[in-house]
Design a binder for this molecule. Structure first.
Ligand code: HEM
Length: 227
């Protein structure tokens, strides 16, 4: 059981995909209700994380730990957000994700808080700042994702600023590798690492392919001077 739960991200990505395929429109229309709901759950999780740190309770409960505290749910949200930018324009998966991409990013960040609070001392004691780097980049992206704040920025300014998301993805990738190299010692860590490398590798390949085939040729060629 413990071994299977180490792969929770994979199951959660599939589950999230099913949820957004069926309820994407509902999530989009009621986004603030989802933020409040997830915010309340994350607040409860964060209180338990603090109490755990103070040795007053234990959150080492199978399934609950992996989903709410070990970062797997957060990763599932961010993988969906990443691939929203990687699928081909007008393809069905792209349309499905783009409808709720902002919501996935905001909900993903909210789920990150209990994880970060619970594990910050473990990470810093292990001299592993990768998670802290990721959350530091993600925080301003999270704030500026709310429509009310986004509207205060020019579209090109907002898009330029959100290119920082690529550095966040890189930091998350480094975090996943660092955790499995430094913190985990079970036999399956190499399988988990291979899955993370496959996910981020496929994402990079798809982005690169889109850039070469779609974005680059449509960029205006510089006007040639007449001889
Ligand atoms: C302040 C920020 C962060 C801190 C302090 C932190 C710390 C940690 C620590 C100490 C672990 C090992 C936990 C264990 O062995 O049970 C871990 C695992 C994990 N973290 Fe983070 N993290 C942070 C941010 C993130 C972010 C931004 C993500 C994004 C998706 C993330 C996703 C994960 C995942 C999926 C695992 C499990 C990896 C595995 O076992 O294969 N973390 N984190």
């Amino acid at each position: 059981m413990e071994h299977i739960l180490g792969f929770s991200s994979v199951f959660l990505i599939v589950l999230l995909w099913i949820i957004i395929s069926k309820f994407g429109t509902h999530i989009h229309k009621n986004e603030y209700k989802y933020y409040v709901g997830m915010g309340l759950l994350a607040t409860v999780g964060t209180v338990f994380a603090v109490l755990h740190q103070l040795d007053m309770v234990s959150v080492d409960i199978p399934i609950v730990y992996q989903i709410a505290f070990q970062g797997h749910l957060t990763l599932a949200f961010f993988v969906i957000v990443m691939f929203g930018g990687a699928f081909k324009n007008k393809s069905k998966p792209k349309i499905t994700i783009m409808k709720v991409r902002r919501e996935m990013a905001i909900l993903g960040f909210i789920t990150l808080i209990p994880h970060a609070v619970l594990l910050i001392t473990t990470a810093l004691n292990a001299n592993n700042p990768t998670g802290v780097i990721a959350i530091t980049i993600l925080f301003p992206l999270f704030l500026t994702s709310f429509p009310k704040i986004r509207k205060k920025m020019h579209a090109y300014e907002w898009r330029g600023f959100h290119k920082w998301a690529y550095f966040a993805y890189l930091a998350i990738f480094a975090h996943l590798l660092a955790i499995n190299i430094l913190a985990q010692d079970d036999a399956l860590r190499f399988v988990r690492m291979s899955i993370y490398i496959a996910i981020f590798g496929i994402y990079t390949y798809m982005k690169f392919k889109n850039y070469i085939l779609v974005e680059k040729p449509t960029k205006k060629a510089p006007t040639q001077k007449k001889a």
